[in-house]
Design a protein around this ligand. Structure first.
Ligand code: D41
Length: 674
């Protein structure tokens, strides 16, 4: 029998978890790191295991999935789920507005609500007495499939509505979707495991909801926005769509933050263009804008035709997928020798830009696509992600087209190509003999977030390597004015500037230096972690794999690469760099992960006098703080220099503490001493 303390603790944990969920999915303002959420969830699960009577069907722990089903039940929707008409141009939208004005017999455009059209799966959620009772797919609009068990695993969807003013029976309609980041991560993992990736986030959401085993759905990063009510009582119900969205928010249902009221055709177009411009930066795919007449009285008057309401329309964006022809496959060699196949395509307009190259990821992907020469392919370009070939139209394949095969030797240096067990990538074994690897490692070394050598661009790197002036990154520090001036498009002035930038890079920081070395799997965050925990390059070079693995974020793979780097010939380059005068100040060694600023999230904005923003962030991270690029509800402190602008305004509106540089220096000093 659960004692009082355990019962109280379970209740407290549940309340916390529900609040954190709400902050994350509805308010879009997480207040705690994921790790803390997971820790609380584990503690609650532990309590419920020890005291099963504490289990509550709506507990956050119940989102892990249920025993698999044999089939999905077919269920009828209380009210048919309508579809949406499309408008493909401003003219078609104008015609829509004219039609509604005519039908309503009004001169002025009635108020509309504009909202992004999410590219996901439409669902119906029925809440009875404030609890999620049934979830169903849209199906043919009349009948769908009962996917309640799957939907219960989605953290964005409340199992219980908040407040107490919801109707006893309420049907909420909305879109379940997979955010791009989750989609990319899922596909990356699938590709590494040699499994089939999803073509796009929409298919990924559909495939995840189609699982008969809800514990699989539980592992998929799905999200949800509510966009309309289905069945609901008329009594006390709002008079407009906008008010319904507000009610939804109040009941803890996520609603798109981008929804706006618009009152004219011009305002519709402005909104459309703004969203189109922001499309790539959103966290999820949208395929257009939905406009809905706001007032329900007007909606009723307009009614619907066939299966679509007359009072709503979807204005579509240019497609994010398009068909084109494969002109050839080029094999590019990266910094670590990994060979990436790149498709050369007949240029095609997709996702708002003209695309003529797309990644094919690796040889497994080519095999999975069953790619042949001259194939007709579907390319996808969404967000900031590089365009990808997602499928092949096999029916269009020309007869006798040869299949695309892997190169037997490096296309750049002709060294043998190897394929490491358990990895999908092909690798050139040439190491720094391979000019492609040399060039790529120079580009990485000089990058802004690495050694920050301004002016060392691609064209220059090409020449330096091709003329044999630079064999490895250390050679950069021995370049002379005469050598540089002899290069194409290099005047005396730019040569001097470049030498200045190289000179300046001699004074760096340990994390930057480590990152710049280009050790496999060592990104910026790992470099910071290594520096903070081991304190010096000597300690890192001397660490064995166990010592390395004791550091947060360092797993066996990273440890093996770091150890491998410092025990191979590559460390010769490190010695050469040090001889060339590359230095950095000592790092205050963190004993463990909890520095004095642990649990704090800092944002740095505006101009600083004593150091750059990057350096300020590095120092903060060194003291255990997290750093972020934008101010949100989870920001602890904003360090604002002159010109902090919108971040300052946001911090002030959220009540986030704002400090100036002098105070920052005091705290960093105190942190380092304390
Ligand atoms: O974001 C969407 N995909 C979305 C879909 C939305 N924001 N609003 C929608 N509104 C409706 C009506 C006007 C019929 C309530 C919709 C859809 N329907 C819809 N989704 C799939 C079919 C119809």
């Amino acid at each position: 029998m659960a004692d009082e303390a355990s019962t109280a603790r379970a209740r407290e944990l549940r309340e916390h978890l529900e609040r954190w969920n709400h902050e994350y999915y509805v308010l879009d303002a997480p207040s705690i790191p994921d790790a803390d959420y997971d820790r609380a969830l584990r503690e609650l699960a532990e309590l419920e295991r020890s005291f099963p009577e504490l289990i509550d069907p709506e507990s956050p722990t119940q989102r892990v999935g249920a025993p698999p089903l044999d089939v999905f039940e077919s269920v009828a929707h209380p009210i048919p789920m309508l579809s949406l008409d499309n408008a493909f141009s401003e003219d078609e939208l104008a015609a829509f507005v004219r039609r509604i004005c005519d039908r309503l017999d009004v001169d002025e455009t009635p108020e509309l609500v504009a909202e992004p059209k999410l590219d996901g799966i439409a669902v119906s959620l029925i809440y009875r007495d404030g609890r999620l009772w049934r979830a169903a797919t849209r199906g043919d609009g009349t009948r769908g499939e009962d996917i309640t068990l799957n939907v219960r695993t989605i953290r964005a969807i409340p199992l219980r509505l908040q407040g107490d003013d919801w109707p006893a029976e309420l049907e909420v309609r909305g879109e379940i979707f997979m955010p791009r980041a989750g989609f990319e991560a899922f596909n990356e993992q699938a590709r590494r495991a040699g499994e089939k990736p999803f073509v796009n986030p929409r298919n990924a959401a559909a495939g995840s909801l189609r699982q008969l085993d809800s514990s699989i759905t539980a592992k998929r990063p799905l999200d949800f926005f509510a966009y309309a009510a289905g069945q609901h009582p008329d009594d006390g119900w709002p008079a407009s769509h906008w008010e319904v969205l507000e009610r939804f928010r109040g009941w803890g249902l996520p609603v798109s933050r981008e929804a706006r009221r618009v009152a004219s055709l011009e305002a519709c177009e402005t909104y459309y263009r703004e969203m189109e411009a922001r499309r790539d930066g959103l966290a999820f795919d949208i395929d257009g804008i939905v406009y809905k007449v706001n007032a329900f009285a007007a909606q009723r008057e307009l009614g619907f035709v066939a299966r679509a309401p007359r009072w709503a329309i979807a204005r579509k964006f240019p497609a994010q997928e398009a068909m084109t022809t494969l002109l050839g496959v080029e094999f590019q060699v990266g910094r670590t020798g990994a060979i990436t196949p790149v498709a050369r395509l007949k240029p095609v307009f997709v996702g708002g830009v003209t695309v003529s190259n797309a990644t094919l990821h690796n040889m497994d992907e080519i095999a999975r696509l069953n790619l042949h020469e001259d194939d007709t392919v579907v390319v996808r370009r969404a967000g900031d992600v590089i365009p990808q070939v997602v499928s092949v139209i096999e029916e269009r394949r020309r007869e006798n087209a040869p299949v695309v095969i892997a190169p037997q030797s490096c296309p750049v240096c002709d060294s043998p190509v190897e394929r490491v067990e358990g990895e999908a990538a092909l690798r050139c074994t040439g190491g720094l003999v391979c000019p492609a690897q040399r060039k790529a490692s120079l580009r990485h070394f000089a990058a802004r977030r690495a050694m920050d050598i301004d002016g060392l661009g691609d064209k220059l790197i090409e020449q330096l390597v091709d003329r044999g002036l630079v064999r490895n990154v250390a050679d950069l520090y021995h370049l002379t004015q005469e050598q540089l001036c002899a290069l194409e498009r290099m005047g005396e002035k730019s040569a001097q500037k470049l030498l200045g930038a190289i000179e300046k890079s001699r004074q760096t920081t340990l994390p930057r230096f480590l990152f710049a070395l280009g050790i496999r799997e060592v990104g910026e965050a790992t470099a910071v972690s290594l520096a903070n925990h081991l304190g010096s390059l000597e300690a890192i070079a001397a660490a064995d794999e166990d010592t390395l693995m004791a550091i947060p974020d360092v797993g066996p793979v990273v440890a093996a690469h770091v150890w491998g780097f410092f025990t191979s010939a590559q460390q010769e380059v490190v010695a050469q760099l040090r001889e060339a005068g590359v230095t950095w100040p000592d790092v205050e060694r963190a004993v463990d992960n909890d520095g004095p600023l642990k649990d704090q999230t800092w944002v740095v904005s505006g101009r600083l006098e004593s150091c750059s923003r990057d350096e300020a962030e590095e120092r903060l991270r060194g003291l255990g703080a997290r750093t972020a690029k934008s101010v949100s509800g989870k920001t602890t402190v904003l360090l604002a220099g002159p010109g902090a602008g919108s971040k300052l305004a946001k911090a002030e509106s959220l009540g986030v503490e704002v400090i100036d540089e002098a105070e920052f220096l005091r705290r960093v000093q105190a942190g380092a001493e304390g």
